[in-house]
Design a protein around this ligand. Structure first.
Ligand code: DP6
Length: 332
């Protein structure tokens, strides 16, 4: 099934009333249990479920208006060339929502996270774009539909339509209508996420390509669905019980298993740089010295750490280039 068909089915359920402008914010999210591998590359339908935590105030703010002539895309104030990958991806996505072929959009998007550095700005980007379109056209769509639309832009974007802990159901239907994210109604006020910025340059293999290569060539990937099933259950129980040791251990193990499948692909995908490995060893040392601290890594060299408020002081002293986030600060 084509994306356009899914969009048409959803928009058929609602009215459309064009305003002058639409705008919205969506947070980035980091997966504690990763989305890695698709059963449908057109609709970004995953092989497994995944679980994330949204990291407001880091994210994307998008403002959208109708334009004449052609789409205009600004990223952090810079007008993107129509030949750039960023422009093409946004413009192609917008094409699914044009009321007619002569309608174009001006999109101004501001990321307060480095673009394409493994901090999932495409997730917040597509979620914010879908929210902004929902505002521009006064669709008033449900979160479930907004999550499905965001998924068509980038899989992990379907989780950025919520704050807090979020589960993405993999679904079974070929049209993907049962593959959307849901908020898990649990909070964890003392949970801290640290982002250790190691490199901000664009990565050479996109997560999309790396994922496909893994599914196509990795033998280890055959074990991934079982690993995810086990990790999802452990993580949800850990969140309910606020069992930090289990949350940290399972998140770290899940990230390492995902990287193992990409290293087992051919040609291998290795996102880590020397500083990544150095930081992993440092975190292990801190753990051995009695500080409960765990890490996760997405498709890039940067490291996100998990720890509790009571250890924030010690963690800040030990880690440089660290941004500390409290995902549940507004929501105890
Ligand atoms: C490692 O959502 O960027 O961050 O669906 O192809 O756009 P596409 O992939 P994307 O992949 C994210 C992969 C990940 C893990 C995760 O966020 O769950």
């Amino acid at each position: 099934m084509k994306k356009q068909h899914v969009v048409d089915l959803i928009l058929k359920t609602t009215r459309s009333d064009l305003k002058n402008a639409g705008s919205a914010f969506a947070p980035i999210n980091i997966a504690l249990c990763k989305y890695w591998g698709k059963r449908d590359t057109e609709l970004n339908l995953p092989v497994t479920p995944s679980l994330s935590v949204s990291l407001q105030p880091l994210g994307t703010t998008t403002h959208i208006t109708i334009a004449g002539g052609q789409d205009q895309v600004y990223l952090n104030g810079e007008c993107k060339d129509s030949s750039s990958e960023f422009y093409k991806r946004i413009s192609l996505f917008l094409s699914m929502f044009r009321p007619d072929a002569d309608t174009f959009f001006t999109v101004r998007t501001e990321n307060n996270v480095p673009t394409a550095a493994g901090l999932a700005s495409s997730a917040s980007g597509f979620a914010a774009l879908v929210f902004a379109l929902n505002d521009l056209f006064s669709w008033d769509l449900s979160r479930r539909y907004l999550s499905v639309l965001a998924r068509l832009g980038s899989g992990s974007a379907c989780r950025s339509v919520y704050q807090g802990f979020v589960k993405w159901r993999q679904g079974e239907l070929s049209n993907g209508s049962d593959s959307y994210a849901e908020a898990l109604n649990y909070t964890w006020p003392d949970l801290r996420i640290g982002v250790i910025e190691i490199a901000t340059s664009e990565k050479c293999t996109s997560s999309r390509d790396a994922m496909k290569r893994t599914v196509d060539t990795s033998i280890l990937y055959h074990a991934w669905p079982d690993k995810v099933e086990r990790d999802m259950n452990l993580l949800i129980d850990a969140i309910k019980a606020r069992d930090f040791e289990v949350l940290g251990r399972v998140s770290e193990s899940n990230a390492l298993a995902m990287h193992a499948t990409m290293m087992d692909s051919w040609p291998p995908v290795i996102y880590w740089v020397p500083e990544t490995v150095k930081t992993i060893h440092k975190i292990q040392e801190m753990r051995h010295s009695g500080i409960p601290i765990y890490f996760t890594i997405d498709a890039g060299p940067n490291i996100k750490i998990l720890f509790l408020a009571e250890h924030e002081q010690q963690v800040r002293q030990s880690c440089s280039a660290l941004t500390v986030l409290s995902p549940f600060a507004m929501n105890p």
